[in-house]
Design a protein around this ligand. Structure first.
Ligand SMILES: *Cc1c(COP(=O)(O)O)cnc(C)c1O
Length: 373
């Protein structure tokens, strides 16, 4: 992955510096409004990362100690850490082999008497079948939080992902499609949840710092509960506004490159590439390939062959339940065999906006040369 940044971002940051207002202020507010409009959701609250947005999402949803939160183990570790931050227990559920995402069946297998929330991830950009998960969860009073860290520019049933969730968290880390260096966003249709998240990210102050500093005689503030400093800066938001304008071009180019990978990989026996599910489109944030048992090489040997050709690919998505942070905890004990299979057998191919057709051809040449007899 490489971020796509240009002179427009440089100019936007320079303008913020010249303005003298670099912390959370007018540009963060503008970025939030633009983001909410683009994602077709009522409210957006900018944060320091997706991890902090997930933490706030669980807090505003009322999740706390004694609660169980179903999460996929097949995800970046932050998905499991967020329930842990609020004192809840992450309960790991398995995923579908085709999408890498939770399904109603895998969630149901992980439910307990204490399940109060599910964090449904759009893994690698592939939209989760949110309506199906909600059909299971809504009647049980279980809140579905969407972890759309990877999924800006992906769609679900003709709308942007995240638009149908009670609360969604986004990432602007450079590993994702849209970057602000570090940064995140919480979106929600619920005004009270957005208001509380906006306060919690700013030490739970009754008056925002931006509002106080904009006045000569600042009103006295109160600290309404124990909050956090999860603010985004105006420097970051200025970059985010430019990046938002680039998003359509980024998604279009990624999908074009993915189509070229698909055409080539479809002819190589023993490799299976991630693709659009029936209910939406992926932004191909991670173009992952499963190395099937009938392929002559295993995943790690294939990664080595690519590295020998100067091509940096990566192991697939991690399994959180195998990490030391969670291996010795009670995380529910559901069957996670698909997670383990995907984690062991998948690799992520180079895919970024600036990747040329020739460079993609070099990757494909190595994959073709390893198909065996
Ligand atoms: C990247 C990622 C995160 C964390 O995002 P940060 O902005 O780095 O905190 C959370 N969940 C998933 C699924 C991710 O891929």
């Amino acid at each position: 992955m490489q971020p796509w940044l240009g002179e427009e971002e440089v100019a936007a940051v320079a303008e913020v510096i010249r303005s003298g207002w670099v912390a959370q202020g007018p540009r963060v507010a503008r970025f939030e409004r633009s983001f909410a409009a683009r994602q077709e959701v009522g409210h957006a609250v900018a944060t320091s990362s997706c991890t902090s947005a997930l933490h706030l999402a669980l807090l505003v949803a009322g999740i706390g100690p004694e609660d169980d939160v179903v999460v996929p183990s097949f995800s970046f570790i932050a998905t499991a850490n967020a329930p842990t931050y609020v004192g809840a227990r992450p309960v790991f559920a398995d995923v579908d082999a085709g999408t890498g995402n939770l399904t109603p069946a895998t969630v149901e297998a992980a439910l307990t008497d204490r399940t109060r929330a599910v964090v449904a991830v759009d893994q690698g950009g592939v939209p989760v079948d949110l309506d199906a998960v909600r059909e299971l969860c809504d009647p049980r009073g279980i809140v579905v939080v969407e972890d759309a860290a990877c999924a800006i520019g992906s769609t679900y049933r003709g709308r942007p992902v995240g638009a149908g969730a009670d609360v969604t968290a986004w990432s602007f880390h450079p590993r994702k499609l849209l970057t602000t260096g570090e940064g995140g966003m919480l979106t929600t249709p619920h005004e009270e949840w957005a208001d509380r998240a906006a306060r919690l990210r700013e030490h739970a102050m009754s008056v925002s710092a931006a509002a106080r500093h904009a006045q000569v005689l600042a009103p006295a503030e109160e600290y309404l509960e124990v909050g956090f400093n999860y603010r985004m800066t105006d420097l970051q938001a200025a970059v985010g506004l430019v990046q938002l304008d680039r998003l359509d071009a980024i998604v279009a180019r990624r999908r074009q490159l993915a189509a070229a990978y698909h055409a080539a990989i479809g002819e190589i026996p023993g490799l299976r590439a991630v693709t659009d599910p029936g209910w939406g489109t992926t932004n191909y944030q991670s173009f992952w390939v499963e190395v099937l048992p009938r392929h002559p090489l295993d995943r790690d040997t294939l990664l080595t062959r690519l590295a020998e050709a100067g091509i940096s690919a990566r192991r697939g998505i991690m399994a959180a339940h195998r990490q030391p942070a969670y291996a010795d905890r009670n995380t529910g004990g559901a069957d996670l065999s698909v997670t383990e299979r995907l984690t062991d057998r998948t690799l992520i191919l180079p895919l970024y906006h600036q990747l040329t057709d020739d460079e993609l051809g070099r990757v494909v040449d190595v994959l073709r040369s390893t198909r065996g007899g």
